[in-house]
Design a protein around this ligand. Sequence first.
Ligand code: 3H9
Length: 708
Amino acid sequence: MVELVKFTVETGVALITVDNPPVNALSAGVPEGIAAAIERAAHDASVSAVVLIGAGRTFVAGADIKQLEEQAHGRGPGAPNIHQLLKSIEDCPKPVVVAIHGTALGGGLELAMAGHYRVASPDAQAGQPEVNLGIIPGAEGTQRLPRLVGVGAAVEMFVSGKSIRAPEAVRLGLFDKIIEGDLKAGAIAFARHVADSGGPHRRTRDRNEKLGSPESNAAILAAGREQARKTRRNMIAPLRVIDAVEAAVTLPFEEGCRREREIVEQCLAGEEARALIHAFFAERAVSKVRGISQETRTHSIRKAGVIGAGTMGGGIAMVLANAGIPVLLKETDRAALDRGMASVRKNYESSVKKGRLTAQEMEERLALIQPQLTYDGFRDADIIIEAVFENMSLKKQVFGEIDRIAKGDCVLATNTSTLDIDEIAGATSRPNMVIGIHFFSPAHVMRLVEVVRGARTDKEVIATAMALTKRLRKLGVLVGNCRGFVGNRMMLPYMREAQCLVEEGATPSQVDQALYDFGMAMGIFAVDDMGGLDLAWRVLQDTKRLTKPGERLYAMGRLGQKTGAGWYRYEDGRTPIRDPEVEALIETTAKQAGIARRSISSEEIIERCLYIMINEGARILDEGFAQRAADIDTIYITGYGFPAYRGGPMWYADTIGLQKIYERILEFQRRHGEYWTAVPLLEQLAHDGQTFAAFDAANEQAVARSRE
Ligand code: 3H9
């Protein structure tokens, strides 16, 4: 039996070590182990103080989210109630010092706050990220954190879900001391010192001095609710957590704890928690690629070459430099190269201004980027990433050139967002080394990267690209080589359907408002204006899906933000303003096409925009261009502003019910034509009463069985 909690005594101090890799979650056995160890320390006459510490890379990262997931789906009792454990720590007659390294998150921080003292490594972090899972802290965190850091700071941490660093935690009163050097030794010395001092060792529950006055709290709670509505649009948990803080400042401790428990249980019974817990595990599943294991060899990447110093190329060079990888950045003409480097510098300077980078770090990163007009040095590059203009013959020419220069084991990557990877690979003598690494724009900001496997890409090259995205602190999702890959491929029918809706009677702003209210970061017309109507026009034209209004706006040179007008007008270059000229144009094109305009509801807008997208997602899955429905969800949440609290488009489909979606698709097909034909996979799952989540689970099981 694995020992999840170890008990040792060192020079009169009991050392309780939680050892539950990878992140010391409070899984079954851990709370029980800590409780038994506290009991033992309390009764051991040779022990004068206790240190609670985590083994491995971090202190406790919270409750076991798998257990929470089971509870949210009504499949299990959920995370254990650790009230008794926390009480036994607080009531321990000997001082309990919690030693924190890595991250003390959620239940981990709640456990730490029951100790009498907290010491930490200089780089430790602490946070209550529960709202990111659609719940509130459920182990008395809402009652103890305000007592330690004050009501305002606690509300901020709960609503944002963001962690704070050790120095800030000390300033706020959450941590008592930062230990430089060996944490365990420092914590033991600290414990001995407080034991010798004789106390009092105050229980957090008794510390009411930071709980404020009714007047000051009313203002803080109102501002917190306002912040929650603004920054966590449409979400429930960030508002409910403030209800729990209100209980902390108005009720006795035990009653406040009971209120917290009620709220967390209500949250766990809701759609928001199920969706966000799905999103949490979906994001972590993307790194698991079928056919690739820990044993798969990867190429080591010590030096990179980037071709093209435009917005994408410059951004990619920054991302590589940020990870400490030297980059050669090549352009064909001096002016473009200078412009590219100036924009890289400007981006770094803006980070320095925001305090995210020091001036010295900026200079170090800039020094890693070597701008040049030739291929000098590319022979030593371990990876070359092409980021030139989106044109097949140009890309083939570039790949022909790098094929002649690059060393044999160099990974050849293209940043194309739509073009055929196999055709590009065909321009080289080594298609097995070619892969797509599709960064999203701006590359230095967006986390999502689609890693696109070609028909002949080696699995070592795939493993290398996936490992590289991790090293670059990006989220790499493996997709197949089809037009638009996964993200943009699903955008097209979505965009087209929105255009059909405006022809039939809606306005661009009405469609965008409905999508925004649903939770999208931006409406689709605003997105089209940002990306450029020429981009969408080219793809819709190629796939014969252009609508009349889209075609007319393109012909008028209304290409979106960059020309000051597209579906909207722009006065400051960024803020969309409703344009009566566009609405009149739409009415004219509809009349010419014989379309009788009618009033369209928000419900119809959401159904048609999303169901057509979901149908395309099902086609992508059916054709094997995505490994899992959950991967599609991750792509849409991290790259396309889909609300995480709805779990992504495929999860959202499951919550609506595939049978209902299938029936609506049949109805839309009757009304609008063949392009609304349901994909066989969707039809099958609907027929079987199944979900995309069940489809993923069945596939994972099949893969696991094939490995046995
Ligand atoms: C909570 O505490 C509620 C309480 O108030 C009590 C309520 C009653 N549980 O992210 P990584 C797995 S809610 C289970 O790749 P990193 C993860 O799935 C919780 N599993 O590593 C992955 O598994 P696999 C509040 C967890 O170094 C592996 O660990 N806490 C948990 O990039 C590695 O994860 C949080 O929300 C967990 N709690 O980042 C913290 N955490 O290898 C959530 C991780 O099979 N966790 N796993 O794919 C994190 O933010 C990051 O994992 C962390 C490490 C920063 C800790």
